[in-house]
Design a protein around this ligand. Sequence first.
Ligand code: EPU
Length: 424
Amino acid sequence: MDKLIINGGTPLHGSIRISGAKNASLPILAATLLTESSCSIKNVPDVSDTNYMVQILNSLGVSIERYSGTVITEAKTIQSAAPYELVSKMRASICMMGPLLARTGKAIISMPGGCVIGTRPIDLHLKGLKALGATITQDGGNLTLEAKNGLIGCEIDLRGKSGPTVLGTANIMMAATLAQGTTIIESAAREPEIEDLADFLINMGAKITGQGTRVITIEGVTSLHGAHHEVIPDRIEAATYMMAGLITGGEITLKNICRPHLKTIEEKIQQIGHYISYNADETQVTVSPTSNPQGCEIITDPYPSFPTDAQAQFTSLLALTPGISVIEDMIFPERFMHCAELNRMGAKIEVDRGKAIVHGVTQLTGAPVMASDLRASAALVLAGLAAKGTTQVNRLYHIDRGYEHIDTKLQDLGADLKRVPNSI
Ligand code: EPU
């Protein structure tokens, strides 16, 4: 179990390349189960979540080659049961239910457990797959979904109490590609990762329209073929590095970004008073700090609103921004575990019923801190980069789930840090 030792206080400078999106890569890799032909996916980040996904595919019978960010799959003959030891490591493995069911008529997968960012039910996934004709039974912690005579297109509303579901939309969209007839998903997730998945499925021969809107229509086809695809840039990784530049008072440039995906991030950075500019084709962004930042209000909501996955990182920035900021997470109201750790570093944050009230301070001080989930870990790394003295971020495996080579990327920007095994 590695930890990160950070000597804070160095303004970051320079440029780095943003990796492919983890949350787009995962369902796209799962979608390769839908065809027996070979698929090649470029720009897959080398993070532990994509590694688990590749291992799960492999255990299902998919042959895999992986080199320099490209994953080549061939799912000629596959089995329907995903092994518990691998599936239990990553909640996102539930997005294999749809493709397995559609391709083999059966999917056996363990029920995902609790999660530190809040209760994460899968009722909407099951509602959608049931509406497509699957029978679902639960036994011994496993879910068995069956559709002996294939899936049948349907109309389904995927709105939950917190709005649409991202992986639920992915699951139903993938399953519906091979269903008989037309499926209409209402209250679909609009996230760019869903659009990217739809683009890949269309490349495979699926008939999908409406991706990127709240209504997605899928006309089922009898089979899909192999396809090439390049995964979109990771908008959350980009937001995290923007925060790294700004929180340290440095100016950094990020290459391989997609500006439209960063709209609400851009708006909040400008509202705080910091500067943000793009190159001519808007594939590079530069952020630089103002000398007079001001606190702001952030409310997370489904895309195109402000993303919950960037909430913790903005909390770290706002902890060091004068004035009072209010942060409300509408998607995961319990996703504030980082605040107690930030307070141990000298932040003044009160958390109450899904809201964090942040009283900006002028200085954080380094401390040993414990990461609780992927984005909380990123927030603690950001705080450590800005803090006076040394910060030790423990349980680095959380961050390795979704940030490709974060230690070397930050070192390339001039950060003084090192990764060490926990025994040292
Ligand atoms: N929900 C339900 N029922 C369901 C599914 C979801 O009530 O069947 C609720 C959730 O509890 C939550 C809301 O709906 O309140 C949205 O959850 P969603 O299903 O959209 O989350 P997800 O698809 O499981 C993805 C990302 C998360 C990201 C959320 C929200 C992946 C692999 N994961 O999860 O990413 O926070 O969407 O945008 O795409 C991360 O990268 O750190 C991460 C947690």
